[in-house]
Design a binder for this molecule. Structure first.
Ligand code: ATP
Length: 270
């Protein structure tokens, strides 16, 4: 069971250079997660506790998972990921035990970064979700809080959680000693998108006519994940056209396709 819900990566490859448009957020994560891992003594000497848990919130595909992986990479820590939804929906009755296992695995792999994606699935306000009243979900969340509260020496294990639904969260998890540092990870602005286009085309054979600034303006509202999808799709158009270089028109067509797909998705949801 454990192997299927927990993703353990002893040396994640993502670095800060792979993440575009969110420098401020990178700096905050470095200060609150990386520093305590690299230099726990600094906090002791000053006589303060580093934040227990950091909560990243913002729309899907903006780099939250990447950030957590990059910190683990930078500190030579093991990256351990679990999704809140899997904790409670996949193995009914196992949630609390999985949380215990999660922290045990972290202790066995110190230093470690625990990343809990979709924390809202186990920590939604009672009023907001049908499932949050569920005794099983409550037990899972209590177990998580008690593991966090029980951390005396947190230096070697850091916890990062992420959510797309900040509004849904039970405020109890945001109390001091729990997820007491909030970092908003927004969609990139135009300059940020331009950088993300450059990152994802690093290994691509891009033609001279490609204008990243123009692409960034065109792909208004695109998240980092959307930009990545545009780049991959542009490459596909070039292949279909029997070319090895990727031209501006490929990127434009890719953006139209991805926009259309997301519109179709919106329609199918309603
Ligand atoms: P979710 O909330 O859906 O889990 P997330 O915020 O955790 O999303 P990631 O998993 O970090 O998003 O991003 C998905 C992919 O999109 C990344 O693997 C990367 O290729 C690309 N991406 C997202 N944001 C950025 C960014 N800021 N810079 C570069 N690439 C990005």
């Amino acid at each position: 069971v454990r192997a299927r819900v927990m993703q353990v990566d002893e040396s994640p490859e993502v670095t800060y250079e792979d993440i575009g448009g969110i420098e401020e957020q990178i700096n905050e994560v470095r200060e609150t997660v990386e520093m305590p891992l690299k230099n726990p003594g600094a906090f002791d000497e000053v006589g303060i506790q580093p934040p227990s848990g950091v909560l990243l919130y913002g729309p899907p595909g903006t780099g939250k998972t990447m950030l957590a992986k990059a910190v683990a990479n930078q500190t030579d820590a093991t990256f351990i990921k679990m999704a809140g939804s899997e904790l409670v929906h996949k193995f009914i009755g196992e949630g609390a035990k999985l949380v215990r296992d999660l922290f045990q695995v972290a202790r066995d792999h110190e230093p470690a970064v625990i990343f809990i994606d979709e924390i809202d699935a186990i920590a939604a306000k009672r009023t907001e979700s049908k499932t949050s009243g569920d005794a099983e979900v409550q037990r899972t969340m209590m177990q998580l809080l008690s593991e966090m509260d029980g951390f005396e020496d947190r230096g070697e294990i850091r916890i990062i959680a992420a959510t797309n639904r900040f509004d849904m969260l039970d405020r109890a998890i945001l109390r001091p000693g729990r997820f007491d540092r909030l970092i908003e990870v927004p969609k990139p602005d135009t300059d940020g998108r331009e950088i993300i286009f450059q990152i994802h085309t690093r290994d691509m054979n891009v033609a001279d006519d490609v204008d990243f600034a123009e692409l960034a303006r065109m792909a208004d509202e695109a998240s980092g994940a959307d930009v990545k999808a545009i780049c991959t799709e542009a490459g596909m158009f070039a292949i279909r056209d029997d070319r090895t270089d990727i031209r501006m028109e490929d990127f434009e067509e890719a953006w139209r396709k991805i926009q259309k797909e997301s519109e179709d998705e919106d329609i199918s949801k309603t």
